[in-house]
Ligand binder design. Structure first.
Ligand code: AMP
Length: 601
């Protein structure tokens, strides 16, 4: 017998419909890519998203088509996000921090039909246009006044919207329809596409709204520093409008001074970001004597939260940190370290032991810890094993990789993380089985670097491992075993890699060793190497090759460090210099684009 309740498909257009109807006047404030602050409301975002849907329909976008965004967190990005999803097309968020080759691979693999881009990323699209064989339209997320003059190939976002009304029917399709696509490089091999459905996004939103998870309310002012292009801004672009919270969108400036200014001027109460962002904010506060007068809670995840960071927020600024773990494949929320009753009853120091763990799973996430023989391990806080996850917003298969089974017999997905689970149900990530390095919240493929370095004529074998780093959490270290009787210096290897990988992927140091250790199965024993080099002191490398030496002439997307502007501790003035560089690149590239693209304005 079926229940007799209304059939109300869980599609995400209902989230922004709700925000329009019941929180319509609540502000969405953005630091625009063009510079000024832009103030709008959920009501306006809703209307403009509908206009955008009509514009997409007029461009021939059909349900199931992929429409990409290459954009910072702004109100316009939110409009594109809901406008795309509302008509059953798929919003594919592209990560501009990836190397151009990876971006091209991802765009082609996804078969993106339209790309919405911020001005910032025009140069990179221009440069590589010839490699993109599926893109029919490029929309620049700006107004007519800021469209590069000599650039007839692209469409202007604001002009496009002005040509269309807000009368557009959203939804009306199955809640399992695909809504979003995000590629992860946190695996070995090519990036993998995670295809979210309306239902999975809706359930994830409900899950994250729980008091022990993000717990965003209608009283909050929310600053998602975590980008919409990486793991869906941890769902905040859904949960903030769902709750009716004021949204503050930081645009491209994520350095300490810019984030602090937004927090104070907009009265931010809640924010979410990776540790690198918070490190920059805390450093700025220390240098300037600044205070956090409205902020009460921050969620930190993406990498393990350092103890001194939790203490600094708690003791110096009265801000509560909750540590979160998750991944692109889990939409992304997996666990959060909010105290349960037992932990809340402990004194502050004892609580800290739990707050530093990655936390407990909310409803709709189930976890399992297994050893190499797939035996389930006890929750005793001691046994460590592979962490597996299951739930209605966890990946079932990767996009266009149906032939690759990624779930075990019980339907659990292997996260590639190594963890323990204690008797209170708190997980603690102790290691990573997957061969990738996380620097400033973004992935570096160790295998890709070591394969490239191994092609050096003097190399017998190479290995790349993560070493701890105070600012970026992890950085790559390259180990080289030279061929017999060969001699080389470090800069030779870095020079060899230069141009083949993004600048911020460049190893911090190169160490020559007699033998690269191999494990029992003949594979490089990375665990042993990581242990041996965990206290490695990086020796300065020749100027121009070190990833810590930013080159002002570089295009932002390829600056050394995954946070282009902030990597250079950018002041707004410096950041706008970078934008100018990007824009002049765009103008130079206009000719190229015209000659390649089927794109018209
Ligand atoms: P991504 O898919 O890029 O969001 O990366 C997900 C991966 O980041 C996880 O599988 C972990 O390896 C790592 N990660 C995320 N959050 C944490 C955390 N709080 N502590 C340690 N590692 C984390």
């Amino acid at each position: 017998m079926l229940g007799l309740m209304q059939d109300w498909p869980l599609t995400v257009d209902r989230i922004i419909d709700h925000a329009r109807s019941w929180h319509g006047g609540i502000e969405v404030v953005s630091r625009s890519v063009e510079g000024p602050m832009v103030r709008t409301t959920y009501r306006e975002i809703h209307g403009r998203a509908k206009q955008l849907s009509n514009a997409l329909l007029s461009l021939g976008v059909l349900p199931g088509d992929r429409v990409a965004t290459l954009a910072w967190n702004t109100g316009r990005h939110l409009e594109a996000w809901y406008g795309i999803m509302g008509i059953g097309a798929i919003c594919h968020t592209l990560n501009p921090r990836l190397h151009a080759d990876q971006l091209c691979y991802i765009i082609n693999h996804a078969r993106d039909k339209v790309i919405f881009t911020d001005l910032t990323f025009l140069p990179i699209l221009m440069e590589h246009r010839a490699k993109l064989d599926c893109v029919e339209h490029l929309v620049v997320m700006t107004d007519e006044a800021h469209m590069p003059a000599d650039y007839p190939a692209a469409l202007c976002f604001e002009t496009l919207l002005a040509q269309h009304g807000a009368d557009c029917a959203w939804g009306g399709f199955d809640e399992n329809t695909a809504a979003g696509l995000c590629y992860t490089s946190g695996t070995t091999g090519d990036p993998k596409g995670v295809l979210y459905s309306h239902r999975s996004n809706f359930l994830h939103t409900l899950g994250t709204m729980g008091a022990d998870v993000l717990g965003i309310s209608a009283r909050d002012v929310v600053l998602p520093v975590v980008p919409m292009f990486h793991a869906n801004a941890w769902g905040v672009a859904f949960s903030a409008p769902a709750a009716g919270a004021k949204l503050v969108m930081p645009g491209q400036h994520l350095d300490g001074a810019s984030v602090h200014e937004l927090i104070e001027t907009e009265g931010v109460t809640f924010s979410a970001a990776v540790p690198t962002v918070w490190r920059m904010l805390l450093q700025h506060l220390r240098e300037t004597g600044g205070q956090l007068s409205t902020l009460t809670r921050v969620v930190i995840g993406g990498s393990a939260v350092p103890e001194d960071m939790v203490r600094a927020f708690r003791d110096d600024y009265g801000v509560t940190v909750t540590h979160a773990w998750g991944m692109t494949e889990t939409s992304p929320m997996g666990t959060q370290s909010s105290p349960n009753r037992a932990v809340a009853a402990m004194d502050a120091e004892e609580q800290l032991r739990y707050r530093l763990k990655q936390g407990r799973p909310p409803l709709m996430i189930d976890l399992k810890l297994v050893d190499d023989q797939e035996h389930v391990l006890p929750h005793d806080g001691q046994a460590t094993g592979r962490l597996k996850v299951s739930g209605p917003f966890v990946v079932r298969e990767y996009f266009r990789e149906a032939e690759r089974a990624i779930l075990d017999a019980d339907g659990f997905f292997d996260t590639g993380d190594v963890a323990s689970i204690d008797d209170q149900g708190y997980i603690q990530i102790t290691d990573r089985a997957k061969d990738v390095i996380k620097s400033g919240g973004e992935w570096i493929s160790s295998i890709e670097i070591e394969n490239l370095a191994a092609a050096h004529p003097k190399a017998a074998m190479t290995a790349v491992v993560a070493i701890p780093h105070a600012k970026w959490d992890e950085r790559p270290l390259l180990l080289v075993q030279l061929k017999p009787d060969e001699r080389a210096d470090r800069s030779e290897f870095l020079q060899f890699l230069d141009g083949k990988i993004a600048r911020w992927w460049m190893p911090d140091d190169v160490v020559f060793v007699d033998h690269i250790p191999l494990g029992a199965t003949g594979k490089i024993d990375k665990k042993l190497i990581r242990e041996q080099f965990k206290n490695h002191v990086v020796q300065p490398i020749a100027a121009g090759l070190s990833p810590e030496q930013p080159n002002a002439e570089e295009a932002p997307a390829d600056a050394p460090g995954p946070f282009p502007a902030e990597a250079a501790e950018a002041s707004p003035a410096r950041a706008s210099t970078l934008t100018m560089v990007a824009l002049s690149g765009a103008l130079m590239g206009a000719y190229l684009w015209r000659s390649f693209g089927p794109v018209r304005r």
